[in-house]
Design a protein around this ligand. Sequence first.
Ligand code: IMP
Length: 205
Amino acid sequence: MTTVLIATRSRGKQREIREIFRPSGYELVFPDDVGLSEQVEEEALEDAETFEGNARRKAEYFVRRSGLPTAAEDSGIEVFSLGGLPGVRSRRLAALAADQDAANNAELLRKLRGAPPERRRARYRSVIVFVQHPGAVPQVFEGACTGTILQEPRGKGGFGYDPLFLSDELGKSFGEASPEEKHAVSHRGRALRAFANWLACTPRV
Ligand code: IMP
């Protein structure tokens, strides 16, 4: 069985990636599992202007450090009336805070205060870049899902902006959805299943 390093230190993402990948049968490890302690230079890996650029930088950095086949994910939420913001800046929409998710959610609500539903349309995006060994051609997988930013949080599930994201497909917020419901339609579920299918069809991996 192939082991794949997933280049993220986010606990919310790690939990979801494990859950979504479980049926594939691949063994996943995260940086701490293989003794890769956090380095200051990692913060600068997310300075690119696109999700793909960020994911590629993280994958190439961690494949060099680990020597393992490595996948990195970059994701975020794009609000159409804000020109696609916060996008690649989703993790740091608000100033650095002890509870970053709560601060980001408050800032998003502030930016959309008084906005009618048609100006609250949004899309989550997830881009995964997989690099089999240092110098290998990167493989790219994407997923997206659409919804509307609520006026106030609903539900306590998921992480990040989930309590504010009313999913078109579920008719409820990702904060109200069970993990299985969210993964069935989420940006991350879609991107990871595309990646898992590709791995299954690619004999050398
Ligand atoms: P990064 O990919 O680590 O740069 O950060 C992604 C950021 O986008 C997270 O910190 C969240 O703010 C947001 N985000 C991405 N995916 C999700 C999701 O599934 N639920 C809630 N927030 C998300």
